[in-house]
Design a protein around this ligand. Structure first.
Ligand code: ADP
Ligand code: MG
Ligand code: MG
Length: 898
């Protein structure tokens, strides 16, 4: 196996680079692009790259070197010394190198780099002699000891920073650059002393000389320890956590780049900087970045001194030439990589050197703008432009945000569960949220966690804040569905719902009911007080890219919406219909009373009256929906949740009764409440999610589907008479056997026919079903034969396929499964391949039963880009997702087709 690859030129100026940009898996991103830059003739300090695979072998063998690897490294080191004509550690003219990490995926700041390696008490003299600049030489030496101690030996960086500060005090100077060569030489002695006092002799026997630890003078020891430290940094806790969060595999390893040093700290014609070839914030084509004169390495990003904008470089005496060359490099890089690049460079005494480049990270707005501009410039095709934008990122663009110019203090942080910002009074119960909203004021609902009982309050509130639960908790899922901002899992928040207040752990901050608070679901921030909100600047760029995506995509995109406002919103975002209109949200508020009356009264007359009231209300709902979506399909799902969700909880009643008894409340009222409690208790199920819900409700209470279909058909007929073109469809949930669908289809068809006759209007309303139980998927041929359409309810289908309760999934084992990688990702967020197989089977069998069957997906997965790709492959007709995710689904569907 080849373990080491050279890059850069030889002594004769010939390019001897062995790698290229396509070898990121072997050379890491940095190594592969250093090679690429050398190949296209850019000035890259020569060096070599040790492969990622060597890192993994080393790590897997308990930090021991694979046979022969050290010899190969020695060969490449000899070769590098020959190419440059200097030797590491030489007392006359030493070569210095940097040892740089570089994984296949960019992991900014996660792993380690050591600069100026090769300095020791001998080679420092050579460096002084060659540069005739003792100050620079001693500064380099002290930086090396500092970095080596910190990065390789894990000593606390403060030990050294404190020594520098003390020195500055002693000399009465403010800036590092004011320290003299003598000062720095003295610091080097102090640093070596700190090293000797703090390194554990037992852990590093090779560093012990005459019974005490000493800073290693042998360059070979320095080099080997530094390489081993970079390998080790792959598995440091920071890097491990970063990989987990960013779904990067643990077995990639990091490469190590050993590269000859160039110096940005050799005086006023030297500099170091970082830059982007375009503005990464807004995408404008302009020089973007910062530099520092007479500085090294991380000084620029570390914010030690104030930097200058890159555009000024050409105007600085001694840097003009390098500044102009840098601008040419920008163009070369963009033409070569055909994308916006970020770069790191150093200017040594007027000469420009390139130290790193990669395709640059950018905001959503910049991603759109750059893709479109580059297409116009002829640099990339339309297809590529569509591929260039990350669908997930679009979320940033569509919601209100904190005004960037506002100043505010973040009092706590949680998970950024649903994007956008909200401002309002803190309220601590769903009922209070409803009250405040009805009084025309804005509120943020603050809960420990939310549950279905909180739904009305969640709808009423501007945003949702919870102290528990993860990104797929009830609060998060519902909030995303509604497009409401949500910050969840704010661990520092101690909520006392009884007292209607919350405190922030570790502070004396108390948030009381009515206090204004602001939350930012894009960042997870919680702020006390009202932050100014701004609507994101919607550029035409988004429309352009989405129109291009539309040209390519095969999948339709519909929205999940259950009120006219959301329907209109999603239509504005380009939804081609409503894939799921849930009707249970229409049974909240005042109507909860009506449905309770229906459920709890055996008397048919009372029941009928309740149903008639619901019929009237529902007809109004559907009029609004169908009007908003005129000309486009609206799939209305018949009532789905377990009925108990509409009833009071027996426990709450129990508490109420106890209170009444304690305060000598009205006997008759107590008796009534007690009866109610017993009745509700009698109806309770052990597993309501697997109980009386979905189509089972319609079979047990046929009057409910009759009422709902009648409302749908009546609204449809009325609008037709107005000359509109309503296109409702009736969807029957949670079917497991074909007989259920047959029975309810008949109910629906009869009702539609009745209404058509009554109204004297022709009604053609398709009837279909949700496929959300494994049995339905595997018998989809039978079910398809009586359905006009299928909609795969992948939330329930995931729940019932895995046998995971989706309401409890955050709490216990799933987080552990993810941590231990028993599952690669949360199957409720991204469709699991096993569940997808059931969908695929459902589509295929369904078409056997009915060749004209229309198949779609509703549920969270419809708005998840990876899942959208899967659904494209399976050959579904459309996906349906929450309104705010419609643009994202359009883009993902376009990308899936390319
Ligand atoms: P990171 O991956 O954290 O950016 P790098 O390996 O890029 O770490 O190193 C950080 C900085 O150190 C670089 O941006 C550059 O300024 C400096 N540096 C690294 N290698 C060299 C070198 N051979 N010569 C001069 N400066 C270097
Ligand atoms: Mg870097
Ligand atoms: Mg369902």
């Amino acid at each position: 196996v080849k373990r080491v690859y050279a890059f850069g030129k030889d002594a004769q100026g010939n390019n001897v680079t062995e790698g290229n940009t396509n070898m990121k898996a072997i050379l890491g991103g940095k190594g592969a692009n250093l090679a690429e830059m050398a190949n296209i003739g850019l000035p890259v300090p020569p060096g070599f790259t040790i492969t990622c695979q060597t890192c993994m072998e080393y790590a897997n063998a308990d930090n021991t070197w694979p046979e022969g690897a050290l010899d190969t490294i020695q060969e490449y080191r000899d070769d590098l010394e020959a190419r440059i004509g200097k030797k590491i550690g030489d007392a006359e003219d030493p070569l210095l190198v940097s040892v740089r990490s570089g994984a296949p995926m960019s992991m900014p700041g996660m792993m380690d780099t050591v600069l100026n390696l090769g300095l020791n008490d001998q080679s420092i003299n050579g460096l002084i002699k060659q540069t005739e600049n003792p100050r620079f030489a001693w500064d380099s030496y002290r930086r090396f000891i500092q970095m080596f101690s910190n990065v390789v030996m894990n000593l606390d960086g403060d030990l050294f920073e404190n020594a520098i500060t003390a020195m500055k005090h002693a000399r009465g100077v403010a800036s590092d650059t004011d320290l003299t060569a003598e000062d720095l030489q003295e610091l080097v002695s102090e640093f070596k002393q700190i090293f000797a006092e703090n390194v554990d002799a037992e852990a590093y026997p090779s560093l012990v000389v005459d019974g005490t630890v000493q800073f290693p003078q042998d360059p070979s020891v320095q080099l080997q320890l530094a390489i081993e430290a970079v390998f080790g940094s792959w598995n440091n806790p920071r890097a491990t956590l970063y990989r987990k969060q960013n779904k990067i595999a643990d077995d990639l390893g990091t490469a190590v780049n050993v590269q000859s040093m160039v110096f940005g700290n050799k005086g006023n014609t030297s500099a170091t900087g970082v830059a982007f070839t375009r503005n990464p914030a807004n995408g404008e084509k302009e020089f973007y970045g910062d530099y520092l004169v007479n500085a090294q390495g991380e000084d620029v990003v570390a914010g030690i001194r104030n930097t200058s904008p890159i555009a000024d470089l050409k105007n600085v005496e001694g840097l003009e030439e390098a500044g102009r060359e840098l601008e040419e490099v920008f163009v070369t890089l963009e033409n070569h990589f055909r994308d916006m690049c970020d770069i790191e460079f150093t200017i040594e005494q007027g000469k420009l050197w390139m130290l790193q480049t990669r395709v640059g990270k950018r905001t959503a707005a910049a991603a759109l703008h750059i893709a479109i501009e580059m297409e116009k410039e002829g640099l990339i095709s339309k297809e590529e432009a569509v591929m260039r934008v990350d669908p997930e990122q679009l979320d940033q663009l569509l919601h209100p945000q904190f005004d960037k110019n506002a100043s505010y203090d973040v009092v706590a942080k949680g998970l950024n569960a649903s994007p956008g910002a909200a401002v309002g009074e803190a309220v601590f119960s769903a009922a209070d949220a409803v009250d405040v909203a009805e009084a025309g004021r804005k509120c943020v609902l603050v809960r420990w966690e939310t549950n279905p009982d909180d739904l009305a309050g969640m709808i009423a509130a501007e945003g949702i804040l919870t102290s528990h639960g993860g990104k797929t908790s009830h609060a998060a899922v519902i909030a995303r569905g509604m497009g409401a901002p949500c910050v969840c899992g704010v661990e520092a928040l101690r909520i006392d719902a009884e007292k209607k207040q919350a405190s922030v752990v570790g502070t004396d901050i108390v948030i009381k009911e009515g206090d204004m608070i602001s939350i930012d679901g894009t960042t997870g921030s919680v702020v006390l007080g009202a932050v100014e909100l701004v609507l994101p600047e919607m550029t035409g760029d988004l429309d352009t890219i989405l129109e291009w995506a539309d040209e390519f995509r095969k999948l339709g995109v519909r929205a999940n919406a259950d009120n006219p406002e959301d329907a209109e919103l999603s239509r504005g975002f380009g939804a081609e219909g409503i894939g799921l209109c849930r009707t249970e949200h229409m049974f909240l508020g005042d109507r909860k009373q009506i449905i309770q009356t229906f459920i709890l009264n055996e008397d048919p007359a009372v029941r009928e009256k309740a149903v008639n009231e619901l019929l009237e209300a529902q007809t109004g709902d559907f009029l609004g929906m169908f009007r908003a979506m005129d000309g486009l399909p609206v799939i209305v799902r018949l009532l789905d949740p377990p009925l108990h969700e509409f009833l009071e909880s027996p426990r709450a009643l129990d508490v109420e009764i106890a209170k009444l008894e304690a305060t000598g409340g009205d006997k008759a009222l107590i008796a009534e409440k007690r009866m109610l409690m017993e009745q509700i208790d009698g109806m309770s199920e052990s597993n309501p999610m697997l109980g009386l819900r979905g189509c089972r409700l319609g079979i047990v209470y046929p009057i409910l589907p009759v009422m709902q279909v009648r409302a749908i058909a009546t609204a449809c007929a009325e609008l037709k008479k107005e000359g509109l073109d309503p296109k409702p469809e009736v969807m029957i949930p949670l079917v497991s056997v074909v007989a259920e669908l047959e029975k309810l289809r008949k109910v629906a068809e009869d009702t539609i026919a009745e209404v058509a006759a009554e109204q004297g209007v022709e009604l053609d309303i398709p009837v279909g079903t949700m496929i959300e139980l494994p049995r339905a998927a595997v018998t989809a041929d039978e079910i398809g034969s009586v359905a006009d359409f299928f909609s795969f309810g992948t939330n329930d289908l995931t729940q019932t396929t895995f046998g995971f309760s989706r309401d409890d999934v955050e709490a216990e084992f799933v987080p552990q499964y993810l941590a231990e990688r028993l599952l690669p990702y949360n199957p409720f967020a991204t469709i699991d391949p096993g569940v997808a197989k059931l969908v695929e089977m459902g589509v295929e069998l369904g078409h056997k039963g009915n060749p004209d069957l229309v198949c779609g997906v509703c549920g969270e997965h419809g708005g998840d880009p990876d899942s959208v790709k899967m659904f494209h492959t399976i050959g579904l007709d459309y996906v349906s997702c929450s309104p705010y995710r419609v643009p994202l689904a359009r883009l993902a569907a376009g990308q899936a087709a390319l």
